[in-house]
Design a protein around this ligand. Structure first.
Ligand code: MF3
Ligand code: CO
Ligand code: CO
Length: 272
């Protein structure tokens, strides 16, 4: 079967993997700090995952060398953790995919490091809301392309570009399968969504145009015009009446959903 269409028992497995992924991303929010290298965050992701009896899907996936992807500023996605030191002002996306009991939970978020620029905030908050808007389209009988159409309407109205070269994807026992989930409006209406269908929505939003380039490392994707890029991702399942986010989290993401600039401006007279 090309699509991942799951029954109740299989969904329990996906829920467990998804919750683990959500919990891990919550931890990551505390690990993204100025002065730390991206490989040190990767090492923490590796240890945390292993301790819970899970395996990192990225490791060895088509030769990818690390446990997670870390993409900074103009990097769009698939950044390889390494010796780079995170600096105050960076916009840092971390994408994690633990496999638990054979099921994949794929989720990512963009984190603020220190005080974000107005542009960094704009692209990040547009990306965050665009994922929610995509999710709100998901229900049985809706068409796949309703997702990208709604995202496009929202994002273009805010002057940002939507990466076209990478999309959401079906997920389950397999990391990437059908359907491909575009975050823009492609021709046609796409397949009808069906209860039990599992896929990701993961819009990559740029301050500038949608074009991307690749680094010589064979993985890192960058904006061609060098502008900032932000992304959020959830794994979702179509339910009887709508959707269920499988990569749920207990509370707001530290350094992201908690609007850290509020914390940073507190107690600084004249800075509000
Ligand atoms: N987690 C990414 C996604 O959202 C895929 C990463 S593949 C890797 O689909 F090999 F780069 F890890
Ligand atoms: Co994904
Ligand atoms: Co991902």
């Amino acid at each position: 079967m090309a699509y991942s269409i799951l029954g109740a028992k299989e969904l329990d497995g996906m829920r467990r993997a998804g919750r683990l992924a959500g919990e891990l991303l919550g931890q990551v929010g505390h690990w993204v700090q100025p002065g730390v290298t991206t490989e040190s965050i990767d090492a923490k992701v590796a240890a945390w995952t292993t301790e819970r009896g899970a395996v990192s899907a990225p490791l060895g996936y088509r030769g990818f060398p690390k446990h997670c992807c870390i993409s900074i500023n103009e990097e769009v996605c698939h950044g390889i953790p390494g010796p780079r030191v995170i600096e105050s002002g960076d916009l840092v996306n971390v994408d994690v995919t633990p496999i638990l009991g054979g099921w994949h939970g794929d989720t990512n978020a963009t984190f603020y490091v220190g005080m974000p620029s107005a542009e960094a905030r704009h692209v990040t908050e547009v990306a965050r809301r665009s994922l929610e808007i995509g999710l709100e389209q998901v229900r049985p009988g809706a068409r796949l392309h309703d997702i990208g159409a709604a995202i496009q309407e929202f994002v273009h109205a805010r002057g940002c570009g939507i990466v076209r070269a990478y999309s959401g994807h079906g997920i389950g026992r397999i990391f990437h399968c059908e359907p491909t989930v575009p975050h823009f409006k492609p021709p046609g209406r796409g397949v009808k969504l069906k209860r039990g269908m599992c896929f990701t929505i993961e819009p990559m939003i740029n301050i500038g145009g949608y074009d991307v380039d690749h680094l010589e490392d064979g993985w890192t994707v960058l904006t061609r015009d060098g502008t900032l890029s932000a992304q959020f991702e959830h794994t979702v399942v179509v339910t009887k009446t709508g959707f269920e986010v499988l990569t749920v989290r207990d509370g707001p993401l530290f350094n992201s959903e908690d609007r850290p600039w509020v914390r940073l401006t507190e107690g600084r007279p004249g800075s509000s």
